[in-house]
Design a protein around this ligand. Sequence first.
Ligand code: TXA
Ligand code: MG
Length: 311
Amino acid sequence: MKTRVVRVAEGISPAVALLASGEIVGLPTETVYGLGADALNPEACAKIFEAKHRPLSDPLIVHVPDMEWASRLAEFSPEAWKLAEAFWPGPLTLVLPRRDIVPDIVTAGQSTVAIRWSAHPVFQEIVERFGKPIAAPSANRFGRISPTCALDVVAELDGEVALVVDGGSCAHGLESAIVCVEGANFRVLRNGPVTSEELAGFGNVVSVGKDIVAPGGFKSHYAPATPVEVVSEVPTPRPGCGLLAWSSDGSGFAHVEHLSARRDLREAAANLFGAMRRLDALGLELIIAEAVPAHGLGAAIMERLHKAAAR
Ligand code: TXA
Ligand code: MG
């Protein structure tokens, strides 16, 4: 199979047709590119796991076209409704008690299901025309860096997926925040563009970051082939190494990628995975990543850096 990248104008109809025939497609979202399939078709979902080489124990996020579909898939408590109202469509995934309609392969047999309503106009048009929920993990090989543009999807999954709809670069560049709603407690399973500070306005944020409990929250993830080391002090120059820079100028390194010259966490998040990919392609002995401030979106960036560094 040859992977075709198509522009939005030519891509939407074939993408919907492929979904309807039980195939997988690469789709843009506002966070990262997803590898989508009909969420209610277990065999179609199985193709996602095959293409990504993802273990079946790692459940998928289901992307809905509207709130009605969301409530057909999961039980929404009043607190969950409040979060959905505040942040959907958008970069927030809610983990909620599932309903029977959700296939076991999607939830990895768990009693909960992860649901998101994407704000990306192209994704929205596709899911609305498809008329059913779309299961979609990030469109990378399991354990690798998430794709933030259509060509990244090809770099990850060439030959594994027939079609990638090119919706340009992802606005956020980081995966959605994942929140398990337990009464008035919000357990953050993955930090993301909706920050813990924002969530705290709606309930009790109980556990954040480090000891990630999402089943796919393996310690090593988002991993380049090159080893990564995260440093919190000004890095000393190392000629054989690359630098993922936050505040240093990077002199004395073989190559430097600046996350954000104006030190803006949003810009840094959007650049993070692309910069890691470019550094990784150089075959350096080590990538040194400078720590960013850990507040707001910085928490999500630091989580990815620590995972990229974990072996
Ligand atoms: O931004 C995103 O969320 C992207 C775009 C494509 O929507 N999707 C994405 O999916 O990042 P994925 O599969 O790469 O990451 C989803 C994470 C996995 O770590 C998975 O284990 C976790 O969500 N997850 C899925 N269902 C879950 C559940 N019922 N309970 C806990 N964690 C769950
Ligand atoms: Mg992923």
